[in-house]
Write a protein that binds this ligand. Structure first.
Ligand code: LLP
Length: 858
């Protein structure tokens, strides 16, 4: 009994001398293991398309150059392989010329002729290959696949399908095993994609059919292994060309592999799974470009990885048909009638979602001809039963993995990626292998990337996940868990020294603070008031004072603190912008000579005398907020801030009554915004409102300038903010522009460092405990905010574990980072939590009577 191993090589894997050397090497390796290799090859890459083009151009009478290209391509490969082109493929090239001439005379091409022509691609690549193999000493027999694979005779199948998209039986074939077993050569070389019908006429297995051929051979020969060699080493957690951080999947079950292939991955043809699954033949995907990488193994005996998402895929060109069935509720036979219309138009339905009044289905472009006339006919046929309309083309984004229903609850954070998407359809496969969202086509790539980051970013290499595409092909090592260029990497020694004296500390970098202040001053505002609430450390305030910034305060506490920290500060540099403050705070602010902003009519209506004869700014609500979290969107119908434009007429009456001068208008839409046009948009809005208030000369555009938090986020471009504002100022020179940023000046200048107190594993979660927690940094618990966390002590070590970083506070929410990739971490190590200069210490508390981290400026 032979131990057969099938090795299938795709188009790029048979297109050069180097690739054929790999094929020979793999044949030898297989022989060394005591197995007999059967090599199944595609046509040289691009040739199948050229052959199709040849027939098209022949019909229009102009095929010479296409034919020449095909000949030249084979001559070139023959030359590289040092084999005689005429001896190897002379007959096939002549046949091709005759076919082209014939088609140019008859001006028509039947499906049968098309199959015969296309088959020449595989016949030629394998004939050149066999000559090469034998020349270099690998004894190889050439076998015609049409003598081994016979297509099934399906009743009622049209000609196209019979010749161009055939299927074959794949029962174990003892005659073939005996015949090939007796060949006087070590290796068998044959073609993918082609077979013969029961009349011995050439037929094709459909595009991508070489994988299917190889699977048929594996089943017929009862092979011990099927290896599919292609240009990528396997299946990935996402399409690696679109998502460079996609990870190789080392093991998959047959059903998962089939699902991933069906949902859009192009590595493997989904049809090739069935034959090998039936006989439990393992399939290994390998890459001719990286032959040492083990690739993906698809088999029944995969380790139990538990329920989890294994891949995210996107398929474009999906068309939805939405059928409104008002009046059809509970009517018998609606589905039968409407689905008959799909059948009549030759359309195969992919996903289905139903409600009481609507049925929506998706049509897969891979399985259907979705041309306008077919769609029109379908909608016409559906008209008697429902109101049908076409939506799309859309993209189907799928999360694939076993038992996906069991982990729906864990997908919560990942589903936030859909927050701003229009979702046309959600479908959860009855097989429990995928959940699919149909969205606008333009959104698909962005969405896949976002979902991939959320689901896979923090996963380390383990039994399931291998290297990323980049690591394999660009020799890139595992990304260090610290970014290059951060000030805290350069000042690591100083930070570690701080932690010898403090269990936990907020450390600020003076150089970064100053650089950020300069950047804020260059945005194009006449005056910049630092939002004190972001970080009120006196050392920081004084540095900003020296650079000429003003200070925005929101309470008398902040007013007093600012004046105590900077006794010589001119009150003209203080801006008071409270919200729902008590009466006496306005009194005090006027007394000290600060600029005062009013963000409600109530104070004027009830305490008018406090404002009599004063100049004020007025905060207006532009109707829509922005920001990194719903809690920090400070405009719009659900926010408590600002005066609605509709109330401005009442404001005008009140200011007239108390002889108040509205010298400025203010808007602040939210915090953590990274779209650079925001402030120019705010300005344009205020300029509109200012038309009714002649006294207005100042427009305060607020703060809210964001910084990147998660890896991969783009920073806000200050130059783009300045350009947009510059345009506004050129058109509206009468206004003075103010801004009041907080985060932007301090966030990246600060880090929280803390010693590791204890570590532990419980269940399958590892914990790294540090000396301070939500008492110092509440942002992760409050907003689900992400802060990069690194082990500063072992910053250059490879990440080998995944852990939750937790504090000592008695709440389950005291987690500073979930499932982070870290190097092996021990008690006494110093952990660093990045981008914590803003809203870190200023929002801290003594909860549990634990003092928050102390502050140090470097
Ligand atoms: N102006 C006004 C009226 C504000 O309410 C704020 C912030 C700012 C300016 C400064 O915003 P910034 O430039 O810092 O984004 N605790 C949250 C942020 C809350 C912001 C509150 N208002 C966080 O940790 O993300």
């Amino acid at each position: 009994m032979n131990n057969w191993v099938i090795l299938k090589f795709g188009g790029t894997s048979v297109s050069s001398r180097e690739r054929w050397e790999t094929i020979a090497e793999q044949a030898r390796r297989t022989l060394q293991r005591g197995a007999r290799p059967v090599i199944v090859c595609s046509a040289i890459s691009g040739i199948s398309n050229s052959l199709e083009a040849l027939l098209r151009t022949a019909v229009s009478g102009d095929h010479t150059s296409t034919l020449e290209r095909i000949v030249a391509r084979h001559e070139l490969l023959a030359e590289q392989l040092e084999v005689d082109v005429r001896a190897a493929v002379g007959d096939e090239l002549d046949d091709l010329a005759r076919i082209a001439l014939g088609a140019s005379l008859t001006r028509e091409v039947s499906a049968r002729l098309q199959a015969r022509t296309m088959a020449l691609g595989e016949l030629m690549s394998t004939k050149l290959g066999v000559a090469f193999m034998n020349r270099i000493g690998v004894s190889t027999a050439w076998e015609d696949a049409r003598d081994a694979l016979c297509s099934e005779h399906e009743i009622g199948v049209n000609e196209q399908r019979h010749y161009l998209s055939a299927t074959c039986a794949f029962d174990p074939d003892e005659a073939l095993q005996a015949r090939w077993g007796a060949l006087p050569a070590d290796v068998v070389l044959t073609q993918g994609f082609i077979a013969a019908d029961d009349q011995e006429v050439t037929v094709l297995l459909g595009r991508g059919g070489s994988d299917t051929s190889a699977a048929y051979f594996a089943a017929k020969l009862q092979a011990s292994l099927l290896e599919i060699w292609t240009d990528v080493p396997g299946m990935y957690t996402a399409n690696p060309r679109a998502v460079p951080t996609a990870r190789l999947l080392k093991h998959l079950g047959y059903d998962e592999a089939q699902e991933i292939a069906t949902m859009g991955a192009k590595v493997l043809h989904p049809r090739c799974i069935d034959p090998i699954r039936r006989f439990n033949i393992p399939l290994q995907i390998r890459s001719t470009e990286a032959p040492d990488v083990e690739g993906t193994r698809i088999s029944a005996d995969i380790p139990d990885f538990g329920a989890q998402v294994k891949a995210i895929s996107a398929k474009n060109g999906v068309v939805l048909v939405s059928m409104d069935t008002i009046g059809m509720w509970q009517q018998v036979g609606f589905l039968a009638d409407s689905f008959a219309a799909f059948k009549a138009n030759g359309l195969s339905v992919d996903l289905v979602a139903t409600s009481e009044t609507n049925v929506t289905v998706s049509l897969d472009p891979g399985a259907n001809a979705l041309d306008p006339s077919t769609m029109k006919a379908l909608l016409r046929d559906l008209a008697p039963y429902c109101h049908a309309r076409q939506i799309g083309p859309c993209a189907a984004v799928s999360l694939v993995g076993h038992n996906i229903r069991a982990i729906l609850h864990q997908l919560g954070p990942a589903l936030e990626a859909f927050e701003e998407q229009r979702i046309y359809m959600v479908s959860q496969a009855a097989s429990d292998l995928n959940i699919t969202f149909v969205v606008d086509e333009e959104q698909a790539d962005k969405l896949v990337n976002k979902l991939h980051t959320l689901l896979f970013h923090e996963r380390v290499t383990d039994a399931l996940l291998g290297p990323t595409w980049k690591e394999t092909f660009e020799g890139e090592r595992h990304e260090s868990h610290a970014p290059k260029g951060a000030w805290w990497v350069a000042k690591r020694d100083e930070l570690l020294a701080v932690c010898e004296e403090h269990e936990a500390a907020y450390v600020y970098d003076a150089a970064t603070l100053e650089a950020r202040a300069h950047s804020a001053l260059s945005l194009g505002a006449n005056r910049v008031f630092y939002a004190t609430k972001a970080n009120s450390n006196p050392g920081i305030l004084r540095r900003f004072e020296a650079l000429g910034l003003g200070f925005e305060c929101v309470s008398t506490g902040e007013l007093d603190h600012v004046r105590e920290s900077m006794p010589k500060l001119d009150p003209d540099r203080i801006l008071f912008t409270p919200n729902f403050a008590p009466r006496h705070e306005y009194v005090e602010a006027f007394e000290i000579g600060a600029h005062v902003t009013l963000d409600n009519l109530y104070p004027l209506e009830h305490w008018g005398e406090v404002f009599r004869g004063r100049s004020i700014l007025v905060r207006v609500d532009p109707g829509r907020g922005k920001g990194h979290h719903k809690y920090v969107k400070t405009a719009g119908p659900k926010s408590k801030f600002g005066i609605a434009p509709a109330e401005m007429a009442r404001l005008a009456d009140l200011v007239a009554k108390y002889e108040v001068d509205v010298v400025g208008l203010h808007v602040h839409v939210g915090s953590g915004i990274r779209t650079p046009d925001t402030w120019a948009e705010n300005a344009a809005f205020l300029a509109e409102v200012a038309r009714d208030f002649e006294s207005v000369r100042v427009l305060n555009l607020g703060g809210g300038l964001g910084v990147p938090e998660k890896p991969g986020q783009r920073p806000l471009d200050p130059a783009a903010v300045a350009t947009a504002l510059g345009r506004f100022r050129d058109a509206n020179p009468q206004f003075e522009i103010w801004m009041e940023p907080g985060r932007y000046l301090v966030a990246e200048a600060g880090v929280l460092v803390a010693q590791v107190t204890q570590t532990k594993s419980k269940g399958d979660i590892r914990y790294v405990g540090i000396a301070t927690g939500m008492n110092s940094l509440i942002r992760p618990a409050l907003y689900g905010a992400y802060h990069r966390i690194v082990n500063l002590t072992r910053i250059n070590d490879r990440t080998t574990m995944v852990a939750d970083i937790v504090g000592p506070i008695c709440e389950t929410g005291d987690v500073l980072g979930h499932r982070r990739r870290l190097p092996e971490t021990h008690g006494g190590d110093v952990m660093l939590i990045a981008t914590t200069g803003a809203y870190g210490r200023s929002m801290s508390s003594e909860y549990n009577l634990r003092e928050p981290a102390e502050e140090v400026i470097l």
